[in-house]
Ligand binder design. Structure first.
Ligand code: IMP
Ligand code: MG
Length: 178
């Protein structure tokens, strides 16, 4: 177990993560019946969510990854996004589901949606594990959401602070003064 004073209160327990991911998997399986899904995981934060979710899907699916960096401080995104790693393959005509760790201001996702929409997928939807509605700066269509969390910096289950704490099996708050 990781012990560190920077790890604050738990926001989402590991059992609740597992149950919600299972429910999302069932919902997505129903919605995409008869189609082949292309999951687009946004690195690195979505890695655990994506791998758990994908194992709950009972429709044919493929996976690809993007890595993006948003210019800004470690806890605030600027909306100016740089693609560090693009998709390996074309998404033209595909049913694409973006899998994100967290939607905060929404600026990163808004950029991703614009970029991917321009590549003519058959459909484009978003599945985000966490959202912080209070912080939203742009209105976005998020088809599937795991949990709404308060306006606190979250770590664990893939989410980092300065690249650390991704390995926590639950989602916690970054403690004050960390
Ligand atoms: P946005 O552009 O403000 O919506 O946030 C973009 C990215 O910042 C997310 O995809 C995360 O990778 C990261 N981020 C935002 N809020 C948090 C947080 O509370 N913990 C960890 N990463 C975060
Ligand atoms: Mg992210």
């Amino acid at each position: 177990m990781v012990k560190d004073p920077a790890i604050g209160d738990v926001l989402v327990q590991r059992d609740d993560l597992a149950h919600r991911v299972q429910a999302l998997g069932e919902e997505i399986t129903r919605d995409y019946a008869g189609r082949t899904l292309l999951l687009v995981g946004v690195l690195k934060g979505a890695m655990f969510f994506l791998s758990d979710l994908m194992r709950r899907l009972e429709v044919p699916c493929e996976v690809d990854f993007m890595a993006v960096a948003s210019y800004g401080s470690s806890t605030d995104s600027s909306g100016v996004v740089r693609i560090l790693k693009d998709l390996d393959a074309s998404i033209e005509g595909r049913d694409v589901l973006i899998v994100e760790d967290i939607v905060d201001s929404g600026l990163t996702l808004s950029y991703l949606l614009r970029t991917l929409k321009a590549r003519d997928p058959a459909s484009l939807e978003v599945c985000a594990l966490l959202t912080k509605p209070e912080r939203r700066k742009v209105n976005l269509p998020i088809r599937y959401t795991g949990f709404e969390i308060p306006n606190r910096f979250a770590i664990g289950y893939g989410l980092d602070y300065a690249e650390r704490f991704r390995n926590l099996p639950y989602v916690a708050v970054l403690a004050d003064g960390a």
